[in-house]
Write a protein of this length. Sequence first.
Length: 210
Amino acid sequence: MSGRCAAPHRALFLLFTMDDSNTGVAPMSLLRGRSRLDAKADVDRAFEVLYETCFDRVYALARWQLGDADAARDIASQTFLKAYEGRDRAPSGEAMTLWLFRIARNTIIDYLRVHRRRALKTTSIDERVDVAAEQSDGPEASVHRREQRVLLLKALDVLPERDRAMLALKFGAQRTNREICRILDMSEGAVAMRLLRALRKLRAEFGGLT
């Protein structure tokens, strides 16, 4: 298998992204109906744009850290419900997106405190790898992508939680280093160093599996 598997930095973008065929995204009308807050039209529109552009990335962020599609959908839905209820206090522009990812990050932390990564420990690798989204690639490409996902899951499982969180923001949520430093309240230099160390650990684990 070693000859067929890409290096982890190339395969990262294939893992836990929104190429899943059905992420269970709730229509905006459902979110709107579940909130009792009355908002101005411009605020609602700004939030709708945020929802449409960021749900994929919030889902991917949670999927990277939890390794479970159902839990990731729940986290994404909870994140947007919390954001919608607090939308009148949300900052504008780019800061609104960073505010959303802070909510997502805190929601994931709360989930891990309660579940203590039970989703990772009690769910098999096969159950955590989606195959439905790969059917359109053709049989050979589907098998190849699935092999990469399985190996990356195994490699990610042994990383410390803080390294998984950093990689999730970078490759799952696809945030820049500057954005990550603002989300985590760290210096950009510290973010770059932690990302480098996390990637080195991931490459070492991935290389040991191929």
